[in-house]
Design a protein around this ligand. Structure first.
Ligand code: BV8
Length: 231
């Protein structure tokens, strides 16, 4: 029974109305990465960063999982082998679409983190600078997001899974950010078949065995159908 590892990026949530990072009108067109997605940016102007993630949390709360999220949940429920989704996304559309075996390697909008004691708790829809930590009471709450220069979450578990994967699929990610962009090389090195599902080849597209090009709601649904029919 094949073990399937799936890496997702902003492209899988695009058809739910959540903007991606690197599209012309994307998040990085509106904000400088250094200002809103680095620890230095948070130190320099915590209000700007808290406002940035409050806006994205509100947008994600309004969005609905799309057919691609639901297809991955169906794959997890019906595939006879293991299925693990590793997402770079911080929205909760995979959960709301039914995926359970899920790692948020870059954190989650719905989680808050204490900058002092590392306690985590469910984030309010709107966080404020200096919110107190419910565990240590320090006014050190921050979005539970992995910023540039910070270590992504659960890397041990991810690399173990990549070493055992029979199939590795990357969906809706531009392959610009590491270590996620290096996962295809890791999986291929361990003998997995690799597939990229995207609108266009990513920055690491040439490292994949196969590509499925087109909107995720169509391509992911078709791919899951194929996998389940060959079970
Ligand atoms: C770390 C926060 C080390 C959450 C994000 C060289 C080698 C290795 C590392 C580095 C290096 N140079 C610099 C680094 C470090 C850096 C990095 O990779 N920089 C890049 C810019 C070069 N990496 C880091 O800092 C990482 N940490 O390396 O730690 C370390 C070691 C020891 C101790 C401490 C630390 C941390 C990276 C995480 C940064 N956080 N975001 C948030 O705000 O959301 S990154 C951000 O961009 C997202 O989280 C996401 O992960 C990432 C990539 O975005 P994508 O998801 O790919 O989205 P994008 O818009 O780019 O692309 C969308 C794709 O979808 C496109 O391909 C498009 O075609 C497609 N698409 C669109 N619509 C559809 C579609 N596909 C299908 N259907 C559609 N409808």
């Amino acid at each position: 029974m094949s073990k399937i590892i799936i890496l997702t990026g902003a492209g899988i949530s695009a058809e739910s109305g959540i903007e991606t990072f690197r599209a012309e009108t994307g998040l990085w067109a509106q904000h400088r990465v250094e200002d809103v997605a680095t620890p230095e940016g948070f130190l320099r102007d915590p209000q700007l960063v808290v406002d940035f993630y409050n806006a994205r949390r509100a947008q994600a709360a309004e969005a609905q999982p799309n057919a691609a999220h639901k297809a991955l949940a169906r794959l997890e429920a019906e595939h006879r082998g293991d299925v693990l989704v590793v997402t770079q996304n911080v929205d909760d559309l995979h959960e709301r679409g039914g995926t359970q075996n899920l790692i948020h390697m870059h954190g989650a909008l719905n989680s808050a983190l204490c900058g002092r004691c590392d306690h985590r708790w469910p984030a309010p829809l709107q966080m404020a600078v200096g919110n107190a930590c419910p565990a240590c009471d320090a006014p050190a709450a921050r979005p539970d997001i992995v910023w540039f220069g910070e270590m992504p979450y659960q890397m041990e578990r991810i690399f173990t899974a990549l070493g055992q994967a029979d199939i590795f699929a990357a969906i809706g990610t531009s392959g610009n950010v590491y270590p996620a962009a290096g996962f295809v090389a890791e999986a291929a090195g361990a003998g997995a078949q690799t597939l990229e599902i995207n609108l266009e080849p990513s920055a690491v597209g040439s490292q994949f065995d196969k590509a499925l090009l087109g909107p995720a709601t169509q391509t992911v649904t078709a791919w899951v159908e194929d996998i389940l029919n060959s079970n």
